[in-house]
Design a protein around this ligand. Structure first.
Ligand code: ZN
Length: 149
C-alpha cells in the first residue's frame, strides 16, 4: 500500500475521498486501519478479513488450550501454581487477540480500496505453522507431566 492508494480510498461513513489517515502501527499489525480526518470514523485495514479470522480462531484456540492445560494439571495433581499461572498468561494472550480481532471486525473497510492479489495461501501457511507449534507445545506439556510425575 502506497500513500497514493491511501488518498484514493473513500471514508465508509461520510463517503469523502482522501480524508483517511493511516493509524499508528500497534503490536498486532503494522497498518491497523485508518481514521477519517473529517468525520473521525475509524476503519479497519483493507483486506484484513483473513488476518482477523485467523486471529479470532487462534485467540479462541489459545483460551480452550489454556483451560485444557488447567484441567490436565488438576487431573495429574501435584504443584498447580506454576502451571495455572502459565495457563492463565496463555489465556490472557488469547483473549487479547480474540477481542482485538472482534473489535476490528466491527469497523468497516475503506471504500474504493485498490485491488490486491489474494494472499490467503500465506495466511493458511502461517495458521498451519502456528497449529504445528501449538501441537508441539501440547505434546511437550504432556511429556513434561509424564516425566516429572
Ligand atoms: Zn469520514
Amino acid at each position: 500500500m502506497s500513500d497514493l492508494d491511501d488518498r484514493r480510498m473513500r471514508c465508509p461513513y461520510c463517503k469523502e475521498r482522501g480524508t483517511l489517515q493511516p493509524l499508528e502501527a500497534n503490536l498486532m499489525m503494522r497498518r491497523p486501519g485508518y481514521v477519517c480526518e473529517k468525520c473521525e470514523g475509524q476503519t479497519r485495514a483493507p483486506g484484513s478479513r483473513a488476518t482477523l479470522v485467523v486471529g479470532s480462531v487462534l485467540g479462541a484456540g489459545a483460551i480452550v488450550l489454556a483451560l485444557f492445560m488447567v484441567y490436565a494439571s488438576i487431573q495429574v495433581g501435584g504443584d498447580l501454581d506454576g502451571r495455572v499461572y502459565g495457563a492463565s498468561m496463555f489465556a490472557c494472550l488469547g483473549f487479547t487477540v480474540l477481542v482485538w480481532s472482534l473489535v476490528q471486525f466491527s469497523y468497516p473497510e475503506p471504500l474504493d480500496q485498490p485491488a490486491r492479489p489474494s494472499r490467503l495461501w500465506l495466511y493458511l501457511l502461517v495458521a498451519l505453522g502456528v497449529l504445528a507449534v501449538l501441537g508441539a507445545a501440547i505434546f511437550g506439556f504432556f511429556y513434561y507431566l509424564h516425566e516429572m510425575m
